[in-house]
Design a protein around this ligand. Structure first.
Ligand code: ZN
Length: 375
C-alpha cells in the first residue's frame, strides 16, 4: 500500500528547510567544525529568521546535499532529468538555483484556483515568481506547472491568462495540469484560441528581454529567510520593467521586506532609488515608502511622470502590465482587469489606443530607442 498523498502536496513556501534529524545534526556540526552548543543557536536563527553566518552555513550544507543528490540521480538516469521547484522556490528550501541552470526546470507557481488567481496581486505574484526563476534558467529549459486544483476550480479564462505570463517571461513550455481529472470540456473553447494566439505572440518576442525603469528585485535575504510574499503589485502599474540581479543608479528598485531590512543594515549601491513597502519593519532611510495598493502605486507613477517621457507606458490608472521589448520595438500590454478596458499607450508624442477584453493582452509597435541588441 502506498501512503495516501495530498495532490498537490501542501505548499511549504517560505519555510526555512533542511532535515533536522540527529544524523544531519551531527553531519552539519562536523562539516563546519561547530561546537554542539551551536545547534540550539541555529534552531533559534531558523525560528527567528536571522540571516546569520551560521544559518547561511546550514543552508549551504543543505543545498550541497540536495545538489549532489540531484547530480547522482541525473547520472544514473542518463537522460534529461530536471527539477521541480515550488512558488518562489529558493535556497531556503535547499534549492541552490544556480546549480540547475542547464537542466529542465519546472516551476509550480501556486494560484491553483480562482480565489487565489482572481485578485490583481494573485496575478502579479505569479508573474513576479516566474520572472525571478527565469533569472536562472534558459527559456528552452523553462517549464511551467500550470495547475488547476481541484481540476474545475480554475476557470478557462484564468488558465488562458497564465499563458500570457509564459509569453511575457519567455517560458517556452506551459504544462497544464489538472491531476487525474480532465479539465471541464468547455474550458477548451477558451483555451484553444488562447493557445494559438499566445504561440503567435510568443514567437514575436522570444529571446528578447523586457526593459524598463521599474526594477524587479528578489535578493538574497528574501531567498534565505523571507516569507514568500513579494512586493509585486507594482507590475500592474503599466510601467515597463526589467529583472535585475544588482542595484544600479538607474530606475526604481522595488524591494521586498527582508531585502529592505538587509539594505538598511548594509547600505549598498547608495545611488540606487529604492521603493519599499510600508510593511517592512526596517528599511534604508532613503527608500521611498509605498503601500502595496493600486492607488499608492498609481500616485507614484504620476509623481515620476516627467521621467517616463521617453518610456512607452500605459497612461490610465488601471491595472495593466506593460512589457517593453526595445530590441523588437514592441510593447505588450496585459489588461489585469476582469472587465474590458480601452487603455492608452503613450509612446513619446504618440497615443496608441488599445481595446482589450478581460485579462486580454495585445502588442503594439513603438518607436526605436537606443538598444538594438537582442537579450
Ligand atoms: Zn536527516
Amino acid at each position: 500500500m502506498f501512503p495516501r498523498r495530498r495532490f498537490p502536496p501542501r505548499a511549504r513556501s517560505g519555510e526555512i528547510g533542511g532535515c533536522f534529524c540527529d544524523r544531519h545534526r551531527a553531519a552539519f556540526l562536523q562539516s563546519g567544525g561547530f561546537a554542539p552548543g551551536r545547534w540550539e543557536e541555529l534552531l533559534n536563527d531558523v525560528r527567528e529568521r536571522r540571516p546569520t553566518a551560521l544559518l547561511r552555513a546550514w543552508l549551504d550544507f543543505t543545498c550541497d546535499e540536495l545538489s549532489a543528490s540531484f547530480r547522482r540521480q541525473r547520472e544514473a538516469f542518463a537522460g534529461d532529468l530536471g527539477i521541480m521547484v515550488m512558488y518562489l522556490g529558493a535556497e531556503k528550501a535547499g534549492i541552490r538555483l544556480r546549480d540547475y541552470a542547464d537542466v529542465p526546470f519546472r516551476v509550480g507557481e501556486l494560484m491553483f484556483d480562482d480565489p487565489a488567481f482572481a485578485p490583481v496581486k494573485g496575478k502579479t505574484d505569479e508573474l513576479f515568481s516566474v520572472l525571478f526563476h527565469r533569472r536562472f534558467v534558459r527559456p528552452e529549459f523553462a517549464f511551467s506547472e500550470t495547475t488547476a486544483y481541484p481540476a474545475d476550480r480554475l476557470s478557462g479564462v484564468h488558465l488562458a491568462a497564465k499563458l500570457v505570463i509564459s509569453t511575457l517571461a519567455d517560458v517556452r513550455h506551459t504544462m497544464f495540469m489538472s491531476g487525474l481529472t480532465p479539465f471541464p470540456r468547455e474550458h477548451w473553447s477558451v483555451l484553444a484560441p488562447a493557445m494559438r494566439e499566445q504561440a503567435r505572440r510568443h514567437a514575436e518576442i522570444a529571446g528578447h528581454r523586457p526593459r524598463g525603469p521599474f526594477k524587479h528585485v528578489w535578493g538574497e535575504a528574501q531567498r534565505l529567510i523571507g516569507q514568500d510574499n513579494p512586493f509585486s503589485l507594482w507590475l500592474a502599474a503599466g510601467v515597463p520593467f526589467e529583472v535585475v540581479e544588482e542595484l544600479s543608479p538607474e530606475g526604481w528598485h522595488f524591494v521586498s521586506d527582508h531585502d529592505a531590512g538587509e539594505l538598511a543594515a548594509a547600505p549598498a549601491g547608495a545611488a540606487a532609488k529604492l521603493v519599499s513597502r510600508d510593511s517592512a519593519t526596517s528599511r534604508p532611510p532613503r527608500a521611498e515608502v509605498v503601500a502595496e495598493s493600486l492607488p499608492a502605486l498609481f500616485a507614484l507613477k504620476r509623481r515620476i511622470q516627467p521621467e517616463l517621457r521617453d518610456v512607452p507606458h500605459v497612461e490610465e490608472d488601471e491595472p495593466a502590465v506593460c512589457a517593453w521589448f526595445p530590441t523588437v520595438r514592441k510593447v505588450m500590454v496585459w489588461n489585469l482587469s476582469a472587465e474590458a478596458r480601452t487603455l492608452t499607450l503613450a509612446d513619446g508624442e504618440r497615443r496608441i489606443p488599445l481595446r482589450l477584453g478581460p485579462l486580454q493582452a495585445t502588442a503594439a509597435e513603438v518607436a526605436a530607442r537606443g538598444e538594438t541588441k537582442a537579450r
